[in-house]
Design a protein around this ligand. Structure first.
Ligand SMILES: Cc1cc2nc3c(=O)[nH]c(=O)nc-3n(C[C@H](O)[C@H](O)[C@H](O)COP(=O)(O)OP(=O)(O)OC[C@H]3O[C@@H](n4cnc5c(N)ncnc54)[C@H](O)[C@@H]3O)c2cc1C
Length: 321
C-alpha cells in the first residue's frame, strides 16, 4: 500500500497545483503510515529530487517524448502501470482539465472510487471519509470511500505546503503504452503569450459591466500588472466583446480559485459567484452598497471603480517595488 501523486508538467515545470497535491498526498501517506511517490510524465529539466521537499520519498519519471503533449488515454495507462508497480491504494491528482479527465479515465481503468474537489485531509479514524466541495462550491459533502483503490482530485489552494530539506530518489519508469492510446494526436499547441493564465493565477482582477466599455479597461489592467495578476470578466462583458471569451468567469465560464479575487463593477449575480467562490479572499469594488457581491466579500470598497482603481494601483506599486 502506498500513495501515488500525479505531478502535472506545464512547459517542463511541475504546476503549482500539483506541488500542493504532492504535499497533500504525502500527508495522506503519513496518516496511513505508508510512503508517497510522485509520478512525472514528460520531458523536464526540473530538479525532480527536490520534490522530496513536499514529502514524497520517490519520483517515478516517464520521459517518453511522445507524452510531452498531454494525452489522457496514454496518461491513464501510465498511471495504471505506476499504481501496480507502487501497489498504490490512494491516488492524488490536482484538479485541472487534464487532471479531471485523467482521474475519470483512471477510475474506470483501475475500478477505483473517485471523489473530486477534495478540500481536506481524509478522516481515516473509522474507514476513509473525504470532505469535498459540491454544487460549484456552494456546499460541502463528506463521502465515505469503501473501494480498495481511491482516487482524489484536490481543489486548488486548500493546502499550504510547508517545505522540508528532504530530497526524493528519482527512478525512470518505462511502462508499455498501447498504440491505440495514441489514436488522437495533438498536432499543434498555441499558447497565449504575455498573459498570466486565469487557472494558475494567484491574484485575479476582474471587471463587470460597471467598467462601462472596453475603452475603460486600462485602470483594471494597470492594477493587474502592478499585482502580477491575471484579468477576468463577467459574462455580459465577454458577450459584448469588451473582453475575450477566455476571460469569462462563472457558472458558464471558467471556475477560478485564486488567493485573491478583486471584482470591479460586478454585481455578484449567483451565476458569477459560482465561478469565484473557491477564492481565498474576495475583494469587491462597487458603487452600489446594496450590490449582492458584498455579501460574499471578505473586503468591500463602496466607491467608483475609476476613482478606486488608480489609488489601489499606486499603493500596490509603492508596496511591491
Ligand atoms: C444561465 C445563465 C448563466 C450565466 N452565467 C454567467 C457566468 O458564468 N458569469 C457571469 O458573470 N454571469 C453569468 N450570467 C449572467 C448573470 O446573471 C449576470 O447578468 C451577470 O453576472 C451580470 O454581470 P455584471 O455584474 O458585470 O453586470 P451588471 O449586473 O450590469 O452589474 C454591474 C455592476 O457594476 C456596478 N457599477 C456600475 N458603475 C460602477 C462604477 N463606476 N464603479 C463601481 N461599480 C459600478 C453596478 O452597481 C452593478 O452592481 C448567467 C446568466 C444566466 C441566465
Amino acid at each position: 500500500m502506498s500513495v501515488l501523486i500525479f505531478a502535472e508538467l506545464d512547459q517542463g515545470e511541475v504546476k503549482v497545483a500539483s506541488l500542493e497535491a504532492l504535499y497533500y498526498g504525502a500527508n495522506v501517506a503519513q496518516e496511513l503510515q505508508t510512503s508517497a511517490t510522485a509520478l512525472v510524465i514528460g520531458t523536464t529539466s526540473a530538479d525532480l529530487a527536490s520534490l522530496g521537499q513536499y514529502g514524497v520519498t520517490k519520483v517515478l519519471h516517464v520521459s517518453d517524448e511522445k507524452l510531452n503533449a498531454a494525452n489522457a488515454l496514454a496518461y491513464a495507462s501510465v498511471l495504471a502501470a505506476a499504481v501496480e508497480v507502487e501497489q498504490a491504494s490512494v491516488i492524488v491528482i490536482a484538479k485541472s482539465s487534464l487532471g479531471d479527465t485523467l482521474a475519470a479515465r483512471s477510475a474506470g481503468k483501475l475500478k477505483a472510487g473517485l471523489v473530486s474537489n477534495v478540500t481536506e485531509l481524509p478522516d481515516t479514524s473509522n474507514g476513509f471519509r473525504v470532505k469535498h466541495s459540491i454544487y460549484t462550491g456552494k456546499a460541502f459533502a463528506i463521502t465515505e470511500m469503501r473501494e480498495g483503490r481511491k482516487i482524489l482530485t484536490l481543489k486548488k489552494n486548500v493546502v499550504s505546503p510547508e517545505l522540508s530539506q528532504a530530497t526524493a530518489s528519482v527512478e525512470s519508469f518505462s511502462p508499455s503504452i498501447p498504440e491505440t492510446d495514441f489514436v488522437a494526436k495533438v498536432i499543434q499547441t498555441e499558447k497565449a503569450t504575455g498573459e498570466i493564465s486565469l487557472s494558475d493565477a494567484d491574484i485575479i482582477v476582474s471587471g463587470g459591466r460597471g467598467m462601462k466599455g472596453p475603452e475603460h479597461w486600462k485602470p483594471l489592467e494597470e492594477l493587474a500588472e502592478a499585482l502580477h495578476a491575471a484579468t477576468g470578466c463577467s459574462k455580459p462583458v465577454s458577450d459584448l466583446d469588451w473582453r475575450p471569451h477566455h476571460e469569462h468567469i462563472g457558472q458558464t465560464g471558467l471556475k477560478v480559485s485564486p488567493n485573491v479575487y478583486i471584482a470591479c463593477g460586478i454585481s455578484g449575480a449567483i451565476q458569477h459567484l459560482a465561478g469565484v467562490n473557491g477564492s481565498k479572499v474576495i475583494v469587491v469594488i462597487n458603487k452600489d452598497p446594496e450590490a449582492p457581491f458584498f455579501k460574499a466579500a471578505d473586503y468591500g470598497i463602496v466607491g467608483d471603480v475609476f476613482d478606486i482603481l488608480p489609488r489601489l494601483t499606486k499603493a500596490a506599486r509603492e508596496q511591491l517595488v
